[in-house]
Design a protein around this ligand. Structure first.
Ligand code: BTN
Length: 237
């Protein structure tokens, strides 16, 4: 497995995209700092130099699986398992965030490039490790390992540890094992609770009742059972 380490990069996801013909299956790009770190929905991903995990992994060999969008859930499970060694009270907020007591510690950005020339899924992962101050708009909804434990961590060692967990989870998924869904059910933020969410620009309330075997969020809204794909609703905290 190839690991590319950079001090400064625009975005680890973009680096893989721009070099897709040179990239092998599971090539991993790690950066200390990103000048154009990307979040979901065109947001920016903020991260101080050298303080956090910023990485992307390329998945190029899919075996028989077609439901590759589920790789973002699989990566979330890997992050949850890895962080569980250091923290309790971790939840998976469907579809992509890992929370500690409702504060975000990790974000995942999945991007695909599937056409005649190339078959590539990029999983970008940012995990907050040693950063304790975030910009004022996000400071009260964001956390890090250090913020939670008052300890400093060796980011390189943690990346090595995390990568083992991540690759094991991806391998298991690509071998047609869906146990990650069971794991999400056990650690799902808001399960059996009434939550507010925005759907087609309208705010609604509903109870999260499950994750379906194909990774959709199952919500009971009044007497109706609804199944949502990622991107169809935005859960409010
Ligand atoms: C989100 O929660 O909005 C997703 C954040 C994803 C951030 C990571 S950091 C490494 C990789 N490179 C990027 O530009 N973004 C992802």
């Amino acid at each position: 497995m190839i690991i590319i380490k950079k001090d400064v990069i625009s975005s680890t996801n973009d680096f893989i995209k721009e070099n897709s013909n040179l990239i092998e299956n599971y090539t991993t790009v790690i950066a200390k700092y990103q000048t154009k770190g990307k979040g979901r929905l065109t947001r920016v991903w903020q991260s101080n130099d050298g303080e956090n995990i910023l990485m992307s992994i390329a998945v190029k060999e899919f075996k028989e699986r077609k439901d590759l969008h589920l790789l973002s859930l699989v990566a979330g499970v890997a992050v949850h398992k890895f962080l569980s060694k250091y923290l309790s009270n971790l939840k998976i907020k469907w579809p992509n965030d890992i929370l500690v007591d409702s504060k975000k510690i990790c974000g995942i950005l999945l991007e695909g490039q599937i056409n005649n020339q190339s078959q590539l899924v990029i999983i970008g992962i940012g995990i907050n490790i040693n950063q304790t101050y975030f910009s004022s708009e996000i400071d009260d909804i964001t956390t890090s390992l250090k913020k939670e434990t008052n300890l400093n961590y060796n980011v390189d060692e943690l990346i090595e540890e995390f990568l083992k967990v991540l690759i094991k989870e991806i391998d298991t998924f690509l071998n047609n094992d869906n146990m990650f869904i069971t794991y999400i059910r056990q650690h799902l933020f808001g399960i059996n609770e009434v939550i507010s969410y925005v759907r087609n620009d309208i705010e609604c309330d509903g109870e999260i009742i499950d994750i379906s075997t194909d990774g959709r969020l199952v919500v009971k809204q009044k007497e109706e059972i609804l199944y949502f794909n990622s991107g169809e609703i935005k859960i409010k905290r």
